[in-house]
Design a protein around this ligand. Structure first.
Ligand code: PBG
Length: 330
């Protein structure tokens, strides 16, 4: 019999395609990750991330204003502090006048409605390049959680809207939630990096912050004892469920494109917004191929962002945020 269903009817032209489109993409879906450096009028290019810079605070504020004008409502903040401020315990991480705390205050002052989400992990402050404290060649969990809790409180005191623990220690969301409540920060949220995989896609980020694990005897060479094994799916769901139970307001999956099965499954399992981090290596791959003329940069960028949304992301943290917003606003 002649087909009753001709699916191509709904693809006939852009008007009907736009009417039946299941997913939409707009600048308010994005968070912009930003690297902040010490000094004044500093703008250092990151070779493996064309178009992304380490900015001093003054330039960071300009960037934040630009992002806001493009319709971006949130920024993720990462800082690069000088080596003399690093130790094993990350003491600088909760300095109330540290670079992160100053940055939070300055952004909230300049653009009060911008949601500021500082990264919570010790790696920018660690002489070993690890997200926590090392003892006898091991990353120790509970002492690290104490440090992350102090760090989160200092971010809240500086005016952060959310804290974003990216360290993957056990129990940190509960400890941070408790400390925030006990100190009157009821409205400071937690976006937890819940299913964060030990991934080679983070390479360019570690260039940006000079934060790769050091190559030294008795120091773990990678982050596999805390970040997840990329072969695992069920474990990612368990992490997200646990973080929600512990008080996370938003759970995150990271990296993005290669992990969209995890995004969909977590989206179907938890009842909080799911964020996805399209990480530095994903950005670098698109830039590199486009520079060679092998891929159409803008089309690939928009397609990937749509696919991340389709998989279940409510929010996408992406280095493409400004470029994509500019294109979508046209
Ligand atoms: C550190 C942190 C990393 C990223 C975000 N927070 C690196 C790591 O875990 O080693 C990676 C982000 C990116 O690659 O864009 N806690």
């Amino acid at each position: 019999m002649f087909p009753l269903q001709r699916n191509r009817r709904l693809r006939t032209n852009e008007s009907i395609r736009s009417l039946v489109r299941e997913t939409s993409l707009s600048p308010q879906d994005f968070m912009l990750p930003m690297f902040v450096a010490e000094g004044k009028d500093v703008k250092v290019a990151i070779p493996s991330m064309p178009g992304i810079y380490r900015h001093s605070l003054d330039n960071t504020i300009k960037e934040v204003k630009e992002a806001w004008d493009l319709g971006i409502k949130a920024v993720n903040i990462y800082v690069k502090v000088s080596d003399n401020l690093k130790d094993n315990k990350g003491v600088e991480a909760w300095n109330k006048d540290g670079l992160m705390q100053q940055t939070i205050r300055a952004i909230k002052d300049a653009v009060p409605e911008m949601i500021v989400m500082p990264d919570v992990a010790l790696d920018p402050y660690s002489i070993y390049g690890h997200d926590g404290i090392i003892e006898n060649g091991q990353l120790i969990n509970d002492a690290t959680v104490d440090a992350l809790t102090r760090m989160s409180l200092s971010h809240a005191e500086a005016g952060a809207d959310f804290v974003a623990p990216s360290d993957m220690m056990d129990g940190r969301v509960l400890a941070i939630r408790k400390a925030l409540e006990e100190n009157g920060h009821h409205n400071v949220g937690i976006m937890s990096y819940s299913a964060k995989y030990a991934s080679a896609f983070y390479g360019p980020f570690r260039d940006a912050l000079d934060s790769a694990p050091v190559d030294s005897q008795n120091i773990p060479k990678d982050k596999k004892t805390y970040q997840m094994d990329y072969a695992n799916r069920i474990e990612g769901i368990r992490e997200a469920l646990l973080d929600v139970e512990e008080g996370a307001d938003i759970v995150m999956v990271k990296p993005g494109i290669a992990y969209l099965d995890i995004v969909r499954e977590i989206k179907d399992t938890v009842h909080v917004p799911v964020a996805v981090y399209q990480v530095s290596g994903e950005y670098a791959m698109v830039k590199a191929a486009a520079e060679r003329g092998w891929l159409d940069h803008d089309k690939i960028m928009i397609e990937q962002l749509y696919c991340i949304k389709r998989a279940g992301a409510s929010i996408i943290s992406t280095y493409f945020a400004k470029e994509a917003a500019l294109l979508l606003n046209k």
